[in-house]
Design a protein around this ligand. Structure first.
Ligand code: AMP
Ligand code: MG
Length: 408
């Protein structure tokens, strides 16, 4: 049996990032960038107005007040998309809308609220002195041309999407999504919707895997429930080996009489890198490869499957897509944590930030690997390496935040 660290590093060493492809910006949401993104021009591209108002020479507004307005001759209009060609001379002003180019010669904007308003009359009354630069967004004040904006390996969220569009990217290079097969095995499994008989259980893992796979931004191309029967197992697994980058199965990898998964993997030529990790839950975890296809045999208990997915499969999915792995954090226990003497211990838990800004956490009280409802109230997985003593209230522990939950 190997340690969690050995298991992690074996997986890492057998994972090669997939290639990249070009997609249109519209279809790039939630994909991982395969290219660095730089500014194709300075931002703003030209000096423009931050407000609706009048472009003026600040010096012409000296002494302006509501009770003694300064009168300026209005000589034109600059609107977003239609700049004014005028070069502003002393005593003149130009109507200038938000986002519109500042006419040459102007050095400030007086907002319309500080004037007698827009009108067709040739004269505008200015009620307040302007300072040079007032309400002007300067060319390049946000970003200079060729500045680095987003690095390769970043997921395209609304911020990246908006930024890519801002700089005119029509297409973008993204990492190819892993093609994934998810299988669950067990002759006791039936699908939700069917009447359940004694001894049967509803298949939860396949539904859970499909949702977890979405969080890993991969494409599920096969999804099967397989009886504990070698032939159907062999048939579906060999099909998956032809078409998928990753195969994830649950169940059938323990010591039971009908646990055929490992045997079938081996017969199909899967190179076994390890079977069994010193951890609880998830001890019978299997990992193998055929060429570059990665095969994860997760134990059938739903909590084991869930935790093994989050701790092992998800990071590998990130590596395949060159995405930086989610960081783990240190939090302070508000309840004792039951450390195992020889096994790495994982438990669902809750973490939150207290009034002093400290990150606290507590493990779930339902600790059985069959108790999936323990995950309902959880926003993280707590973990401790093997040790002689349990961790106590006030001790630090590592937590892995479930990235689709919030910290309270
Ligand atoms: P196994 O790893 O096949 O020995 O399964 C361990 C336990 O997990 C058994 O109680 C199974 O009934 C249960 N189990 C296996 N697969 C699933 C599944 N897809 N959904 C829910 N429970 C499962
Ligand atoms: Mg089974």
């Amino acid at each position: 049996m190997i340690s969690v660290q050995e298991a992690q590093s074996i997986m890492r060493n057998n994972t090669q990032p997939l290639g990249f492809e070009t997609v249109s910006l519209k279809n790039a949401g939630n994909r991982v960038l395969a290219q660095d993104v730089i500014a194709t021009f300075p931002m703003p591209q030209f000096d423009n107005s931050a407000m609706d108002g009048f472009a003026v020479r600040a010096v012409d507004t000296v002494g302006a007040h509501k009770s003694s307005p300064v009168k300026l001759k209005m000589v034109g209009l600059s609107s977003a998309g239609t700049p004014s060609e005028i070069i502003l001379k002393p005593g003149k002003c130009v109507q200038c809308m938000t986002g519109a180019a500042i006419p040459d010669g102007a050095d400030a904007i007086v907002i319309v609220e500080n004037t007698n308003g827009f009108s067709d009359s040739g004269t505008v009354q200015i009620f307040q002195e302007a300072n040079i630069g007032d309400h002007i967004r300067r060319k390049g004040e946000e970003i200079e041309k060729s500045d680095a904006l987003i690095s390769r390996g970043t997921c395209i969220t609304p911020s990246e999407m908006g930024t890519l569009a801002t700089f005119g990217y029509e297409t973008v290079s993204v990492m190819i999504k892993p093609k994934v097969a998810i299988f669950v095995t067990g002759s006791e499994l039936i699908e939700p919707g069917n009447k359940i008989k004694i001894g049967q259980i509803y298949n939860s893992n396949l539904y859970m895997f499909a949702e977890l796979a979405k969080k890993s931004r991969v494409e599920v191309v096969m999804r099967e429930v397989i009886k504990d029967d070698k032939d159907s197992l062999r048939r579906l697994l060999s099909e998956a080996l032809q078409t998928c980058d990753v195969i994830i199965s649950s169940g059938g990898v323990s010591m039971g009489r009908f646990d055929y998964v490992r045997e079938v993997y081996n017969k199909l030529g899967v190179q076994e890198h390890f079977w069994k990790v010193a951890q609880k839950p998830g001890k019978p975890l299997f990992f193998g490869t055929v060429d570059s296809t990665l095969i994860f045999g997760l134990p059938g208990n739903p909590v084991s499957s869930f935790i093994c997915y989050v701790e092992y499969v998800h990071p590998v999915m990130q590596d395949l897509q060159l995405k930086k792995r989610d960081p783990k954090h240190q939090a302070i226990l508000t309840e004792n944590f039951p450390v195992e003497s020889k096994k790495h211990r994982y438990l669902f838990g809750r973490s939150w930030i207290d009034s002093k800004g400290k990150l606290l956490c507590s493990p779930e009280s339902k600790v059985g690997s069959h108790m999936l409802t323990a995950s309902l109230e959880s926003n993280c997985i707590l973990e401790s390496p093997p040790g002689k003593q349990g961790l106590k209230v006030g001790d630090e522990i590592t937590i892995n935040l479930l990235n689709w939950r919030n910290i309270e």
